[in-house]
Design a protein around this ligand. Structure first.
Ligand code: ADP
Ligand code: MG
Length: 665
């Protein structure tokens, strides 16, 4: 049976079941085969409660008196008594308040977890819970796959469907011609006889997934290499003159990055380079120097930023440094006399156009766009990037910039073969931002310090986590905090900024803050990356322990942009000291912090919304370097041996999807 066949064609799955599956998003044999177990349990080792020994246990029991026994800042405890014919034992769950509802007294459950002696008695800590009727009682294998529930479908249902598909899975052809073993892997994942088999199967499928991702980025790269564009030769004399006029010297990292960019631009193959560097590392300066070289080479540059505030700031600061060398214009939604400006751009009377999405509207034309620069690249979708590139007659050179530190260990999976330049050095004389972890209870002193800054005329960011005060969350609500601060500091102007405001409103508030008309800005994390308000010297981050270190580090980068000493206060919502927060107290190195984050929290947390999520990896993790390496080898082999992906229907459909996700142009 073809892997793309609808689920009805599986013997044992009738039209009714097929409808249920479709509603759960499972249409084909492939969808079902790749619906992988969440975990495995060995229910055959169930124990009588009276015979339990400390360690890993499996108990089949009814529940008495499931209740919330403690609820306080950052911690909820659910307790219950588990009883079978032989006796009773206590079980506890931390921060799983929903268990109270789940553990109804009339049902039988299977619990698996660790029996420990703590707080003076034996209890099972945080056991996994399965409704006994959801678990197949008769299984051939010792290990039972537990599937995530979906809609009305429970683990046991999926178990049945996959059992019905077993004979087809056993005959599944390989997805990748030079990587045999898919059928075995499928059987190992769904019907393992031991944990090792399950792991082996999963690794096979993860490698397969990484192969598709890496092949896609390699094919994108090959396609780019076939494109031709105008080579731009650098005029070193002009560059030297412009550098001499700057009030500072480039850092070595900036020099290196600029050199790499100039080499790329001198080629007929369009540049596709990512410039990665911490906030304040001087990316915009490198971009502007590249634009200068492009202008001397006779082409225009477009620099696209995600917000009006950012674009306006770039335009002002670059006009200041390069006004003599470059004809610079700002094009945003609120630009006056747009038509006149657009005409000048179309006639080639502007060298560097800095703007927002206004750059990619249909009626914006360039005379000769040769270099496209995208600031905060992850804020733009593929379609928007493509639109900008489409403004050029031939493919322009592309420079993407980002402040999100991507640990080197992740670069291969996240960016494939993309060329990357890294600014790993801050300009000299930059003052470290004095960072302090503040326990929830001792905020008074912090506010006194902040008041001192305010009284000197400085401004403050106060970052809170949530917009509304939902009853389930005890995190600070930005609106509630805003009202409190307004009342507390009547002598200061307080502003509010959060994600649910219209973008025009957000821009207006940000502009007031940047013009000094707001003293205290109560905000969520929408507060712009890259925005520059040198007079803002303090930042308070409430519930700081709820964020990743990379995010905290980027937020913190909003302060420390002027000559005055700057402060960042990380308010810990938990009573216990946090090792993670200590790390950021002691380090100002974005790359180091990203690596620490990666170790302590895994990639999903850090790159969840950005690259990781966008890559749509379901099985593999981008951090599994061993598998990434294996997949990379397979891709090289695949290409060297001259396989043509188009000849493989299933594979080419998947690879095409990844190509769209990973393309930068
Ligand atoms: P990024 O975009 O990487 O956050 P910017 O390019 O905005 O950083 O630079 C931040 C500030 O540092 C700007 O005011 C810029 O003029 C200044 N700057 C850039 N390069 C240097 C340098 N080599 N030495 C001193 N200051 C610099
Ligand atoms: Mg920037």
């Amino acid at each position: 049976m073809d892997i793309a066949a609808p689920v009805e064609e599986i013997k044992g799955i009738g039209p009714k079941t097929a409808e249920l599956l479709r509603r759960a998003g499972i249409f084909t044999l492939r969808d079902l085969a790749y619906y992988l177990p969440r975990t495995y349990e060995n229910f055959q080792q169930a124990h009588q409660i009276s015979e339990l020994r400390p360690g890993q246990v499996v108990v089949k029991a009814k529940v008495e008196n499931a209740r919330l026994s403690r609820k306080s800042r950052g911690l909820t405890i659910v307790e219950a008594t588990l009883r079978d014919a032989s006796g009773a034992i206590r079980a506890v769950w931390f921060n799983q308040a929903y268990r109270v509802k789940q553990l109804s007294a009339d049902k039988e459950f299977i619990f698996t977890g660790k029996l420990e002696f703590s707080y003076g008695r034996y209890q099972i800590m945080n056991p996994a819970v399965h409704l006994a009727e959801d678990i197949l009682q008769q299984v051939d294998n010792e290990l039972q796959a537990i599937y995530p529930a979906k809609g009305n479908l429970k683990s046991a249902n999926f178990h049945k469907f996959l059992a019905a598909s077993k004979s087809y899975l056993a005959q599944l052809p390989d997805l990748i011609p030079n990587y045999p073993g898919r059928a075995t892997a499928m059987l190992d994942v769904h019907f393992p006889s031991d944990a090792n088999e399950a792991k082996k199967g999963r690794e096979y499928l993860a490698t397969e997934e990484l192969f598709c991702l890496l092949l896609a980025s390699r094919l994108n790269r090959q396609q780019n290499e076939k494109l031709r564009t105008t080579p731009i030769k650098a005029d070193i004399t002009i560059l030297k003159k412009a550098l001499a006029r700057l009030p500072f010297c480039l850092t070595n990292a900036q020099r290196r990055a600029l050199w790499e960019i100039l080499q790329d631009m001198a080629s007929e193959t369009p540049m596709n380079r990512l410039l990665q560097g911490d906030v304040g590392s001087g990316k915009t300066m490198v971009a502007a120097l590249s634009a200068l070289v492009a202008a001397r080479g006779g082409v225009q540059t477009a620099l696209m930023a995600p917000t009006e505030v950012l674009a306006t700031q770039h335009a002002a600061s670059l006009a200041n440094s390069f006004g003599q060398d470059l004809r610079i214009a700002l094009l945003t939604g609120s630009t006056k006399h747009k038509a006149v400006l657009k005409k000048r751009i179309a006639q080639g009377e502007v060298d560097l156009v800095i703007g927002t999405h206004a750059l990619i509207t249909d009626d914006t034309y360039f005379n000769n766009l040769g270099l496209a620069i995208i600031d905060e690249q992850h804020r733009f979708g593929v379609a928007q990037r493509q639109k900008l590139l489409g403004k050029a007659r031939t493919m322009p050179h592309l420079l993407s910039m980002t402040a999100t530190p991507i640990p080197r260990s992740l670069q291969l999976t996240i960016f494939g073969d993309l060329a990357v330049s890294v600014l790993d050095e801050l300009p000299a004389g930059r003052k470290a931002i004095s960072t302090k972890v503040v326990p929830q209870k001792s905020q008074e002193q912090m506010w006194r310090d902040v008041e001192e800054q305010l009284s000197q005329g400085h401004q403050v960011y106060y970052v809170c986590k949530k917009i509304d005060n939902t009853n389930s969350s005890e995190l600070s609500s930005v609106k509630k905090e805003y009202e409190r601060i307004v009342k507390k500091y009547r002598q200061y102007k307080v502003g509010l900024l959060h994600g649910r405001m219209k973008s025009a409103e957000k821009e207006a508030v940000m502009k007031s803050f940047s013009d000094g008309r707001i003293d205290i800005l109560v905000c969520t994390t929408v507060v712009e990356v890259g925005v520059n308000v040198p007079n803002a010297t303090s930042m308070i981050i409430a519930d700081a322990d709820q964020y990743g270190l990379s995010q905290l580090h980027q937020l913190r980068g909003r302060v420390g942009r002027g000559d005055a000493a700057s402060y960042c206060y990380l308010v810990n919502s938990k009573d216990a000291p946090s090792r993670r927060l200590r790390e950021i107290e002691n380090s100002q190195d974005g790359f180091y912090l990203a690596e620490v984050d990666l170790k302590l929290r895994g990639p999903g947390e850090i790159y969840g919304s950005l690259q990781h999520g966008a890559l749509d990896l379901r099985i593999a993790s981008v951090t599994d370097t061993k598998l990434v390496h294996r997949a990379d080898q397979l891709v090289r082999q695949f290409l060297q041996q001259g396989y043509n992906v188009l000849k493989y229907k299933e594979l080419s459909a998947i690879v095409r999807k990844y190509q769209r996700l990973t393309t930068l142009n």
